[in-house]
Design a protein around this ligand. Structure first.
Ligand code: NDP
Ligand code: GDR
Length: 375
């Protein structure tokens, strides 16, 4: 409903650069991704390039390389359809420039200060990037006169549910975020809905539960575990030091979830969708499963900060330290992706055990490569 009404009948111009017919715009496959250098940004880029899109990404200026997750693409032919632009979600004029230049048909807002624990220490910055950043991007689309043409995807999160009253959580479960990150994302969620309702923008939220991969940032719990298990297996580390082992998360594979993002924007109407596996596991189970991949079994003893995990040879390989606890924790997340299954035909293809195995094996392989390089 949102997309058709105000497009001029035959030809329309987008400020000064190119002219499109209604048909040629409809066929236009030009995506703009904020957060392209992140885990999801890199998988989404691959997916969209494979689907024939021209992909533009916003990267931040950094004193060190921050494009490592995209490096493998640089030697491939399809890189010709990839363009990177310096920018930042805190810089409105920059966003307007990029959008007017790129004239995207789809915008994926994945950029964020995405670490929940860090958001307690950088609450204002997190609000600026994760909350107001979404507003800046939506408004840049309007400023460029593309509001009835662009489809907008907002990377919403299961952290919105936080201390949810119901389990599993679906699109109708009330939100109760438990961190500055969750609260900032709540603003982004609602401003996306508001711009859809107010201005007819095709703007959709994907409410994604945790998704992981070998490209996951190293300070998120799954990757911290898979890397530590790899290092321990090669004798380069003795023990991993963890926070709350009882937290329950609904973990899937990032590659499946970026496919879901794309499907959200191909749906006939803008809407909000939960993407989740429907299963939840504790952090403790993730650790057990990860050690299982290298053939070690754990036994647990002690409680709270005194809990330790010991392997078959009697070595303490897991310890708990309160430094990794959060001021407010999200105890249990488990999603119901029934709506996405019914309306988008989406379901995850990688289960918990396969995900853990892939992550541990990838970290073992790269740790071995590193040792060989050093030799
Ligand atoms: P990552 O942390 O891996 O990537 C975040 C991306 O945002 C990076 O490209 C980062 O750039 C960029 N970024 C950070 N700050 C800014 C800024 N000020 N302006 C522009 N870009 C910025 O996150 P994921 O790929 O895991 O997640 C993608 C999105 O999905 C995020 O919005 C996250 O909050 C959300 N999400 C993630 C889930 C998950 O389980 N992975 C679940 C639900 C939602 P740089 O590389 O320079 O740091
Ligand atoms: P989360 O992911 O907070 O769910 O946010 P994270 O992997 O950081 O934590 C998951 C759970 O594990 C517990 N935990 C630890 N976490 C970290 N990072 N390090 C530890 O040592 C540790 N020990 C235990 C945490 O307390 C928590 O309960 C992720 C991010 O990708 C968000 O951007 C996204 O929105 C949500 O997932 C869905």
């Amino acid at each position: 409903t949102a997309r058709t009404p105000t497009v001029p009948a035959s030809v329309f111009a987008v400020p000064g650069i190119q002219h499109f017919t209604r048909e040629s715009w409809a066929e236009r496959k030009v995506a703009l991704i904020t957060g392209i250098t992140g885990q999801d940004g890199s998988y989404l880029t691959e997916l969209l390039l494979d689907k024939g899109y021209q992909v533009h990404g916003i990267i931040r200026r950094s004193s060190s390389f921050n494009t490592s997750r995209l490096h493998h693409l640089f030697s491939e032919e399809r890189v010709e359809r990839l363009a990177l632009h310096y920018g930042d979600l805190t810089d409105s004029t920059n966003l307007v420039h990029i959008i007017s230049q790129v004239q995207p048909s789809e915008v994926y807002n994945l950029g964020a200060q995405s670490h929940v624990k860090v958001s307690f220490e950088m609450a204002e910055y997190t609000a600026d990037v994760d909350g107001t950043g979404a507003l800046r991007l939506l408004d840049a689309i309007r400023t460029c006169g593309l509001d009835h043409l662009v489809k907008f995807y907002q990377a919403s999160t299961s952290e919105l549910y936080g201390q949810a009253a119901a389990c599993p959580q679906d699109e109708s479960t009330p939100f109760h975020p438990r961190s500055p990150y969750g609260v900032a994302k709540l603003y982004a969620y609602w401003i996306t809905v508001n711009y859809r309702e107010s201005y007819g923008i095709f703007a959709s939220n994907g409410i994604l539960f945790n998704h992981e991969s070998p490209r996951r940032g190293r300070t998120f719990v799954t990757r911290k575990i898979s890397r530590a298990v790899a290092e321990i297996s090669l004798g380069r580390q003795e023990c991993m030091v963890m926070g709350n082992l009882d937290a329950l998360r609904d973990w899937g594979h990032a590659r499946d979830y970026v496919e879901g993002m794309w499907r959200v924007l191909q749906h006939t109407t803008p809407d909000d969708f939960v993407l989740a596996s429907g299963e939840s596991h504790t952090v403790r189970e993730f650790i057990e499963s990860a050690f299982g991949v290298i053939g070690r079994q754990l036994t647990w003893s002690g409680e709270g900060v005194h809990e330790v995990g010991t392997d078959d040879a009697g070595r303490v390989v897991v310890r708990v330290d309160a430094r990794y606890f959060r001021p407010a924790e999200v105890d249990r997340l488990q999603g119901d992706a029934g709506k996405a299954r019914r309306l988008l035909g989406w379901s995850p293809s990688v289960g918990f055990a396969e995900l853990v195995r892939e992550m541990v094996q990838a970290d073992v392989a790269s740790a071995r490569d590193l040792i060989e390089d050093l030799n």
